[in-house]
Design a protein around this ligand. Sequence first.
Ligand code: MEV
Length: 325
Amino acid sequence: MSRWHTASAPGKFVILGEHSVVYGKPALVLAADRRITCSVRRSRHNTLNGEPIEFGKQPHFRYLTRNLRHAADFVTRSDIPAGAGLGSSAALSAALALALSSMAGDDPDERYLVDEAYNAELAAQGSGSPMDASACVHGGGIGVNLPGNEDRKLWCISRGGRSWCVTDMDVPDMTFVVGNTGIKAPTAPQVDKVRRFTRRSNFAAEMIEEIGNVTLCGYEAIRKNDVEALGRMMLTDHKLLSILGVSCKELNKLVNAAMPHSYGAKLTGSGGGGCMIALTDEPDKVAAAIESRGGTAYIMKAGEQGARLESEEPVSPLLDLSSYV
Ligand code: MEV
């Protein structure tokens, strides 16, 4: 039997800047303490978690195995909920790209992994920014298109007339609680919805611009460790995202539930369902408030390590693979 090659990558949550980042605006993102682990070994047949793999239904696998000249067994295990705005698609892509590189005897750098993960995401969801892929590969904290910060530059990626310069960012010493609505909401329809809106209305384009400004103010607040100012920016951002049409009543309900004990709260990721985050000094109270309104809460430990090789043999999968986007 061939040996297993195992890699893992963290999920992520967006403090500020989702959606507007697709149009080249700034964003602030932290790696989350939830990971996807992916194992691969040479085999006689292609299998995924013990079943024959249907590449047609698994675009990340189809893209990332495009140069593989032999069959392989894949095993995935995830504690990142899928379709929840926590970067499951990018984390899967990053972990799989690293596991495949290891099987090929390569020792890839982060830049290679980001390109692979971003292209796999594009293959799966059609369009978007390299923000999630960058956060899941690099881990810790990242900024996108922030002014200055030349000395902390990681990479710049251009696509379709847009450019994203990604920098390493200190992980703020602040507490975030995540609330999951439990509603699965894939990224692509939300990104398409905003794109259609921007095409038919200048107003939407102004909202995108405004989210960019709010994100820059939020970045200043993080640098000054000013939780109150950051919280205000988060709530403003949630309102702007709601106007763009990517919130929903369940997200608004959890944001409202969290607010009495929070500096700020907002949806995180592509919206339409999925998760919200709250910035708070009272995480237990916020978690209880979220749970009392039907959400699933957990207190996030931010700044998790990026994509890495693991020595472990694969363990049985936890989540279904029906959708990673
Ligand atoms: C999804 O996590 C973030 C979006 O901004 C899409 C993207 O950046 O590709 C909504």
